[in-house]
Design a binder for this molecule. Structure first.
Ligand code: NAD
Length: 294
């Protein structure tokens, strides 16, 4: 299957490839008596979180992983969430734990993340795993979305070594780990991290051979910000009103896809680009956690 068609990176195809690799590892783990297990904790009723959690659990079932979904009410206390994490830390059937973000406002998310056993932190958000990424210690877990972006670049044949890469966004979930991966020995790129205070962002972006857009603003990166032939990975997921769509909205990325598509060498679309990769990398991290538990 082609991973790039007319310059458009097929995230679903790459995700299928990652998951096919996982299936081989899952089968070999099962032969050794281990079924990889993922626990997903949902606090509250955020509709988007519900959809994400359901799709993660469904993917586990499809691939023969064990999964547990733990739902807590929106008024669950910090102590109640921590008690669930502690129970999962001690559960030998569970190799990966994920507390779906964002939890309700009264929950201290950082404290919850720090309470997860780093060996089960398949989201890669625990400080120990962030440190391992920085140190290029490959026993740690890398955040799923940036790990997925790296894999998309590799599969699309984008040369990162020596390339000028601009990451727009500095979040702990996407921007920062993305920059670390690109500058690591696996990426060898020269990395600029741009953010809300960056001066003349357009000029910064025009230098880039690779742009990773993780801003959260619909169609923010326009053609005038893109160098001819650049590779673009669009992480953004934004809803824009669309009366012609059944749901009354459609999803767009952080890149003005229609005008940028013809200027760049490759681009990941929204939807169908980074999104499918995030869940594939979550499964991959869970399998890795199960292997490392042996
Ligand atoms: P965030 O809000 O935590 O971070 C956004 C970043 O954009 C910030 O670092 C900020 O400095 C930067 N920014 C804001 N305004 C800017 C401006 N005018 N110019 C330059 N930089 C600016 O968001 P996040 O969690 O990193 O997510 C970013 C986007 O990626 C969102 O649309 C989110 O929905 C999407 N996302 C997608 C996936 C996926 O699986 N596809 C996963 C995570 C996040």
């Amino acid at each position: 299957m082609n991973v790039v068609n007319n310059g458009v990176i097929d995230g679903k195809a790459v995700a299928e490839k990652v998951l096919a690799e996982c299936v081989g590892e899952i089968n070999s783990l099962k032969e050794q008596g281990v079924v990889p297990g993922l626990a997903v904790v949902l606090v509250g009723e955020d509709p988007a979180s519900r959809v994400y959690v359901a799709s993660k659990v469904r993917k586990c079932a499809e691939l023969g992983l064990f999964s547990r979904k733990i739902e807590l009410p929106k008024d669950a206390t910090q102590e109640e969430v921590l008690a669930v994490v502690e129970e999962l830390n001690a559960d030998a059937q569970i190799h990966g734990i994920l507390v779906q973000s964002p939890p309700p406002k009264h929950i201290d998310e950082d404290a919850i993340v720090r309470a997860i056993d780093p060996a089960k932190d398949v989201d890669g958000f625990h400080p120990e795993n962030v440190a391992k990424l920085t140190l290029e210690d490959h026993s740690g877990f890398v955040a799923c979305t940036p790990a997925g972006c790296m894999r998309l670049l590799q599969e699309a044949g984008v040369e990162t070594s020596g390339a000028e890469a601009v990451v727009i966004g500095r979040s702990m979930i996407v921007g920062k780990p993305m920059a670390l991966l690109l500058m690591s020995k696996a990426g060898n790129a020269t990395v600029t991290v741009a953010h809300s205070r960056t001066k003349d962002l357009a000029a910064v972006c025009r230098r880039a051979d690779i742009i990773i857009a993780a801003i959260g603003m619909a169609e923010f990166v326009t053609a005038d910000m893109v160098k001819e032939g650049a590779a673009i990975i669009d992480v953004g997921i934004n809803r824009v009103e669309d009366a012609s769509a059944n749901r009354g909205y459609r999803l767009v990325g952080d890149v003005a896809y229609d005008e940028v598509k013809d200027k760049c060498s490759v681009i990941s679309p929204v939807p169908g680009g980074v999104g499918p990769m995030t869940i594939a990398m979550l499964i991959s991290n869970t399998v890795k956690a199960a292997k490392q538990s042996l």
